[in-house]
Design a protein. Structure first.
Length: 190
């Protein structure tokens, strides 16, 4: 059973096998978006239309081996990819997809390992989402610092304040108005 936080993920399943799609969907119970495409070309169209968190490819596909789709998806998408391949092609597949960060399993492993592989990718995607959030927060802080420094320079040049006085004035205005220092800086600059 997946955690409630898993529900935010979008999954693209690429397979011509209804049985495989059923197995994957069973593992993804509770996920918010599950799209299924039966060929590489249809999957590519979906990748242009929306972003996915996880892509599960069951090779071979009716129109290609699936390795080409892995290359395209890993180049154009931030999705994590699970590639399921016939046993006899596994070594060749590993040679082609491992450097792209793709998790590959054999079709014989599907019954026992599919759920674990998807849980693994979901956990990785969760870590990626958290790191992206931290990055956004840091970028926002850096932007605010730049704005405040620009506003301090304006106060120093136009009002004759020292840097410490300008810093204190921006902080006081922010507190008095119940807004961030960045918002006050925008008002001063703008």
């Amino acid at each position: 059973m997946h955690r409630q936080s898993d529900m935010r993920y979008s999954i693209l399943i690429v397979s011509s096998s209804e049985r495989f799609v059923h197995l994957v969907k069973k593992s993804l119970d509770g996920f918010i978006t599950i799209d299924v495409r039966k060929s590489g070309s249809l999957a590519r169209r979906s990748l242009v239309e929306r972003d996915y968190d996880i892509i599960v490819i069951n090779a071979p596909l009716p129109d290609e081996s699936g390795i080409e789709l892995v290359r395209d998806a890993s180049d154009r998408s931030r999705a994590l990819i699970l590639f399921v391949t016939p046993v006899e092609l596994y070594d060749d597949v590993l040679e082609n997809v491992t450097d792209r960060g793709v998790l590959a399993i054999t079709s014989e492993m599907v019954e026992n390992r599919l759920d674990k592989a998807i849980r693994y990718l979901t956990a990785l995607q969760g870590r990626i989402h958290r790191l992206e959030q931290k990055t956004l927060t840091l970028e926002e802080k850096m932007t605010e610092i730049r704005l405040v420094n620009k506003a301090k320079a304006i106060l120093i040049n136009k009002k004759g304040l020292s840097e410490a006085e300008a810093h204190k004035a921006i902080g006081k205005l922010a507190m008095d108005n119940g807004v961030s220092r960045g918002e006050i800086a925008k008002r001063i600059i703008g």
